[in-house]
Design a binder for this molecule. Structure first.
Ligand code: AMP
Length: 398
């Protein structure tokens, strides 16, 4: 793999795979949040300032049956032109004669944006012929789409096989994401605390099992904590519970004891008599929740307990909220964890927050600037910490 910063793009046509999967207003097709486009700017700028040109490939949404105006990348052209201050051309089809001609005639400093690559089912199928048709458009390949690095799609993985090792590389955004994840797993400063929350145990089993090999503490909050509580014999009322995962929880707890990893569960919870912001609310021990009541956030004692562990940690990874933080009465637990992670970072610890909901929580509680790295990747980050190989990164190294 080539190193992006060492690569000279002068007179080169770089194929750049980005994640421009931005939210659009359904009627006007205006971009409602351009952060994914902004995130690709440093990579685009470096290619252009070297004297190269850029051919951008991205997906947008999940189109089911080929071309569909509501998923067209055409809607991004003007904004891309505005934020890059460069001429942006658009190809109505990501492969074929028009794309070939536009890329052939692309001048230094110009950008060619290709239509949504997922208008072809060959993209998600990882079709090599399709990948080759994309690859002919440029003479080197840069992958900056960390959000899709866990997918073996044509434009994220298979396309890389069409380029020699010295002509393919990760972009700046991708490199920062990998570095940050590597810092947590491979340059771990101790104590290392992993905070795992969110709705379901089943979504987080693999990450908890893999993190147990490295972490000193694992804090478990959110809806998933109640299946653990039930596995320990607790009464959890109407809280979220996956009965078919009770054995898994028992296994995790016993493995953690073997590995000398401390698993921390919330001793108390904010409970409610309905899943609603208007419900009746109380505080209860997490293993003594009355019938018909449900735990929707960690309680004040649990928040204090978790805060102490976090503040004494040197490496912190956080994935998944501590409660239903979207609803005001159940947001304090997640807020206190966000603040504790920020304080630990200020004391010199390294913190990584990742996964859609945790990144949203960091934003909501205004701690983003006080965290070492807030990842843009949801599924990709999760799979990295599950110990899986990410096809988008592996393909660049082959
Ligand atoms: P995940 O996508 O698995 O990280 O889960 C995030 C979702 O879990 C959020 O939408 C939260 O509202 C939800 N959640 C967190 N804690 C609870 C809880 N105690 N009961 C029900 N849902 C929860």
């Amino acid at each position: 793999m080539a190193l992006f910063n060492d690569f000279n793009f002068k007179d080169r046509k770089a194929i750049l795979r980005v994640d421009f999967n931005v939210p659009l207003n359904k009627e006007t097709f205006e971009i409602t949040d351009d952060k994914r486009m902004q995130a690709a700017l440093p990579t685009i700028n470096k290619i252009i300032s070297d004297g190269g040109s850029v051919i951008i490939i991205s997906h947008l949404g999940r189109p089911k049956n080929g071309p569909d105006l509501s998923f067209s990348l055409k809607h991004l052209t003007n904004h891309l032109e505005k934020i890059t201050k460069r001429k942006v051309l658009f190809a109505d089809d990501c492969i074929g004669e028009q794309a070939k001609t536009l890329s052939k005639n692309l001048n230094i400093g110009e950008i060619l944006l290709l239509e949504n690559v997922r208008f072809y089912k060959e993209e998600t199928k990882g079709d090599i012929n399709f990948a080759q048709q994309l690859a002919v458009l440029g003479d080197c390949y840069v992958n900056d789409a960390f959000g899709t690095a866990h997918r073996a799609h044509a434009s994220t993985a298979h396309i890389a096989s069409c380029f020699s090792l010295e002509n393919k590389m990760c972009g700046l955004l991708m490199t920062a994401e990998i570095e940050s994840a590597r810092k947590v797993m491979e340059e771990t400063q101790r104590p290392f605390t992993a905070i795992v929350g969110g709705a379901k145990v089943s979504d987080k089993v693999l990450i908890v099992e893999n993190l147990m090999k490295v972490a000193d503490h694992i804090i478990i909050g959110g809806g998933m904590a109640y299946t653990f509580k039930k596995a320990l014999g607790g009464k959890i009322g109407a809280s979220l519970c996956e009965n078919d995962r009770i054995e898994t929880c028992k296994e995790i707890l016993s493995k953690a004891a073997d590995l000398d990893v401390e698993i921390h569960l919330p001793v108390d919870s904010i409970v409610a008599n309905a899943f609603s912001a208007d419900a009746k609310i109380d505080v209860a021990n997490s293993d003594e929740i009355a019938e018909d009541w449900m735990g929707l956030d960690i309680g004040p004692t649990a928040a204090q307990h978790f805060t102490q562990i976090i503040e004494h940690s040197k490496t912190i990874l956080w994935n998944g909220p501590m409660g239903v933080f979207e609803l005001k009465p159940f947001q304090e637990g997640t807020r206190s964890i966000a603040n504790a992670v920020a304080r630990a970072t200020k004391k010199g610890g390294y913190s990584l927050i990742g996964g859609g909901d945790s990144a949203a929580a960091a934003k909501k509680f205004e701690v983003v600037k006080r965290i070492s790295h807030v990842s843009t990747g949801g599924g990709a980050l999760l799979e990295y910490f599950e110990g899986k190989e990410l096809p988008g990164i592996a393909a660049i190294n082959k």
